[in-house]
Design a protein around this ligand. Structure first.
Ligand code: GLA
Length: 388
């Protein structure tokens, strides 16, 4: 099964229709923000490392109407649990609503006068697929509400707005994430991957015209759910931060392979080795993209997967099967993406092999007794935007 991005106009009308149906309200503001897939640079953002994500065409749309009082009502096509509370109660929202209410909280906490509002959500970013549906929701809400309270946040203040969405995820949703997802959802440009260097928070657009090269990025959602909030993500982060502490470093960005022998503990050594080698692979990938060496890019994706599987131990049987099968069926390289423990894999595939690779993965999953996966094509798209 292929998941299509949907017609943007349909999604926009869909969010407005949900708002009308649930709250009898006509939307006055609409915004969208994309999901993302990370080409390479996994589990390094919280070590001041670089990563190279791209925004998907698959996006989350929100429609809202401000209110005259301090009530907030949130409804989504993808949940049968609408949320209702006051602006003050946004800080303690739970479930899917925490990602939207959390942004209202962060904007208020930064001193902006957020009004009460009714808001509806429609999306084609698969949830729980490791493709940052949560950041897409945060950034769509962020852009929509920023247009009401401080329009500069949409232009010169876009990085600050991304930071506020990161605070929403960390402090209200309670997921100790690194910032990769919100940064790309906010700053991506169509036709490019975004090199984000968390050492100095700099960003560079890296042109990615796969079509011209006869290539495509096939994303496979294993439909095994990961949990950033209470899963192994926090444990891996603690391990690697502990490794940095033992080496006397602020983060593993400053570590070199030769130093890791000083880590007595074998597990911590492997965690640190992943971070150090992955940081090197991002730089090598940017070089390979610039010189059009796609075989090298494929090899780096494979090496990244092996490192995440063996050293960081965040892969799982389904992700290993999806990547191995993709390679056997003609992919130049493949790796798991996102936090891990399920979610999605990405494969760099000759364009004419996309269907065949997806079919091979389907067959392998069926033979292994796994749930049927879902696939999508990742096409480098633009970041969050207000819809006029
Ligand atoms: C999740 C987090 C990101 C990043 C990735 C792993 O997507 O939200 O901040 O740490 O995992 O690279």
């Amino acid at each position: 099964m292929f998941l299509t991005p949907g017609d943007p106009d349909d999604l926009r009308l869909g969010a407005a229709a949900i708002l009308r149906q649930h709250y009898g309200a006509e939307a006055t503001v609409a915004a969208r923000a994309p999901g993302r897939v990370n080409l390479i640079g996994e589990h390094v953002d919280y070590h001041r490392g670089p990563c190279l994500p791209l925004a998907l065409e698959h996006a989350t749309h929100v429609a809202l109407r401000p209110r005259d009082d301090d009530r907030v009502r949130l409804v989504s096509r993808h949940s049968d649990e609408p949320w209702e509370g006051t602006l003050d109660e946004c800080a303690s929202a739970t479930g899917w609503a925490a990602y939207a209410a959390g942004v209202l909280w962060a904007l208020r906490d930064s001193g902006r006068a957020v009004p009460g509002l009714d808001l509806a959500v429609d999306s084609t970013v698969p949830v729980g697929a490791g493709l940052s549906s949560s950041a897409a929701l945060e950034c769509a809400v962020g852009v929509a509400v920023a247009s009401l309270v401080d329009p500069d946040l949409l232009t010169t203040g876009r990085r600050e707005l991304a930071q506020l969405c990161i605070r929403a995820e960390r402090e209200v949703a309670g997921a100790p994430t690194g910032g990769l997802d919100q940064t790309v959802a906010m700053l991506a440009e169509a036709g490019a991957a975004l090199l984000v260097d968390f050492d100095d928070d700099s960003t560079h657009q890296v042109p990615l015209d796969l079509t011209a090269e006869g290539l495509a990025l096939l994303v496979t959602d294993t439909r095994v759910s990961h949990a950033l909030v209470d899963g192994g993500y926090g444990a891996r982060r603690e391990d690697s931060e502990e490794a940095a502490r033992r080496l006397g470093l602020e983060s593993l960005r400053e570590a070199r392979l030769g130093m890791l022998d000083d880590l007595g503990d074998e597990r911590l050594r492997r965690r640190a080795r992943h971070v150090v080698t992955e940081i090197e692979r991002v730089a090598a990938t940017v070089d390979a993209l610039e010189s059009g060496d796609w075989t090298a890019v494929g090899g780096l994706l494979d090496a990244s997967h092996a490192s995440l599987r063996d050293d960081y131990e965040v892969s799982c049987a389904e992700l290993d099967l999806a990547t191995t099968t993709a390679r056997e069926a003609g992919a130049l390289g493949a790796r798991m993406v996102g936090g891990g423990f399920g979610g999605s894999a990405v494969a760099l595939v000759p364009a004419e092999r996309v269907e065949a690779v997806a079919a091979a993965v389907d067959t392998a999953f069926a033979a292994a007794g796994h749930r049927p996966p879902a696939h999508l094509r990742a096409v480098a798209s633009s970041g969050a935007a207000l819809l006029g």
